[in-house]
Design a protein around this ligand. Structure first.
Ligand code: NAD
Length: 496
């Protein structure tokens, strides 16, 4: 049985722990590796090494830090397909999807390469007589990241490239369900020339998360995962006086107006609802067709959803792979049962999918509920699977109302050809990331990613300007250098 190592001292090191978890292949259910839970002693020794590494890394010229990130970017490009294959194998998403998610992570590395520009401060001369004022952005010290299973490369890459570029050392605790992609990225960053222990990777579950939260040496915690855990991380960080950004779950709505291009809207919805088997925080899980388009919308949606090819993750024909674990599949199936018992119309049932040779895989096919109402559990809760709820409404205002009163506020989108309406939507919707005729409005790396309401805890989103602000502390300096200090004339020559 393969044993998953930690990564520090610039190499893979096996934990001495006897406490371990099992990893199973999403496509076959086969157990393929053990993942030991990092011990207290190992954890503290890694922290001690990181403190030494960070002190000299923070003093490394910014251009040198940037050049290592450039090399890292080149190495990712060179190993692109290999990394994407690891993502596909450990997560189950299809290869094209894995490549897309890695590309989005790579764009954050690209952004972090610009760190010499991004860390520039402000400078004001003569704010008083002989008084100047300026600010500098300094690293926090030791930062930590705790990441979810659904983006094995992209979500860790939202965090560590920027944190490191800012002069911090970063401890990553990847999801215990998908640790291997992070380890590969750590190896490549080491090959790019990053000094040992500036990035470390420690494996484990809640017990290791608690070590991070309680460590007096760690200044900040970046978290992405489910809302209950995000809340826990946020409150614990407040208790231990740590800076925190904690991104949680989602229930994203797509509004389709009568004047929308229906073909475009449904094509967008198919990818947004069923891509990555719905295991995306930006997945559309609720569609809101308005008025007289409801029947043609459902007809087209079913037609296109029935053509989705569910299959093994690395099969180039596959468009949708399995869910992450057996337990998660059971959870998604129980939501489907709940939807039926609560009275929604099951238009497409993905429960009985049977793939020859993959009978023990965690596959669930595209599932569509029609006539869903807002009091149903399948509307209110995040399912995180290929289950789409359609709520039929008469007016734009009804849609705005339900989107704005939902617990979550991650992403949303509108399909319309009416610019005034689109602008109204963009301006008044209580959601962090908004698409207009764009199904999954994930911001580029140079903007910031983050929802509102129950989808985020803490004041900062990921990457972009907010990423830089999160991983640095600002110092403002006011200085006075009186003229003629030593009796010398400081009169400047007149410019001609
Ligand atoms: P999760 O909350 O179960 O786990 C996330 C991380 O927290 C893992 O590293 C895990 O080890 C740790 N963890 C789990 N339970 C814990 C506990 N009780 N105490 C402390 N730490 C704990 O999430 P997941 O199932 O891995 O990922 C899916 C969730 O992540 C979904 O809710 C999805 O919406 C969300 N997500 C959100 C975003 C976003 O940007 N908002 C992005 C991706 C995923």
């Amino acid at each position: 049985m393969k044993i998953i190592s930690n990564f520090y001292d610039g190499k893979f090191i096996k934990s001495e722990s006897t406490d371990k978890l099992s990893l199973f292949k999403p496509t076959t259910g086969e157990e393929y590796a053990h993942i030991p839970i990092t011990t207290d002693k190992e954890f503290q020794s890694i922290i001690d090494k990181m403190k030494i590494a960070q002190a000299s890394w923070a003093n490394t010229p910014i251009t040198k830090r940037s050049s290592i990130l450039f090399k890292f970017k080149n190495l990712i490009e060179k190993n692109f397909d290999d990394i994407a294959r690891i993502i596909s194998e450990e997560h189950g998403k299809v290869f094209s999807d894995a490549k897309g998610s890695l590309q989005r992570g790579l764009e954050v590395v690209d952004f972090a390469c610009g760190i010499p520009h991004l860390l520039k401060g402000n400078h004001s001369i003569n704010v008083g007589t002989n008084v100047d004022s300026f600010d500098i952005k300094q690293p926090l010290g030791l930062c930590a990241g705790i990441t979810p299973f659904n983006f094995p490369a992209m979500v860790p890459m939202w965090m560590f490239p920027i944190s490191i570029a800012c002069g911090n050392a970063f401890m990553l605790k990847p999801s215990e369900k998908v640790p291997q992609c992070s380890l590969k990225l750590g190896e490549l960053l080491n090959e790019a020339g990053l000094p040992e222990n500036v990035l470390t990777i420690v494996n484990g579950d809640k017990s290791v998360v608690d070590k991070i939260l309680q460590s007096p040496d760690i200044s900040s915690v970046s978290f992405v995962g489910s809302t209950p855990v995000a809340k826990y991380i946020y409150t614990e960080c407040a208790k231990y006086n740590k800076r925190v950004q904690a991104l949680g779950g989602a229930k994203n709505h797509m509004l389709i107006m009568e004047d929308a291009n229906l073909e475009d809207a449904v094509n967008g919805l198919i990818g947004a609802a069923f891509g990555s088997a719905g295991e995306r925080c930006m997945a559309t899980s609720v569609a809101l067709p308005i008025g007289k388009i409801q029947k043609p919308f459902m007809k087209l949606l079913k037609e296109k959803a029935s053509q989705i090819k569910v299959g093994e993750s690395l099969d180039p024909q596959s468009e949708m792979g399995p869910l992450i674990t057996k337990e998660h599949k059971e959870k998604v199936l129980s939501y489907i049962e709940k939807g039926v018992s609560e009275g929604a119309t099951l238009e497409m049932d993905g429960r009985n999918i049977n793939l020859q040779g993959f009978e023990n895989g965690n596959f669930v096919g595209p599932t569509i509920f029609n006539n869903v109402s807002t009091d149903m559990t399948i509307y209110q809760e995040e399912i995180f699977g290929p289950v789409l709820s359609v709520v039929n409404l008469d007016h734009f205002d009804d849609a705005m109302n339900i989107i704005n009163t939902h617990e979550f506020g991650n992403g949303t989108s509108i399909y319309t050809s009416n610019g005034t309406l689109a602008r109204n939507f963009m301006k008044n919707v209580q959601i962090g990331m908004v698409g207009i005729n764009v199904p999954i409005p994930v911001p580029m790396a140079f903007y910031s990613f983050g929802g509102w309401k129950g989808s985020i805890f803490g004041g900062h989103g990921m990457h972009g300007e907010e990423g830089i602000n999160f991983y640095t502390k600002r110092k403002t300096i006011t200085s006075r250098w009186p003229e003629d200090v030593a009796g010398a004339s400081l009169n400047m020559p007149t410019m001609k």
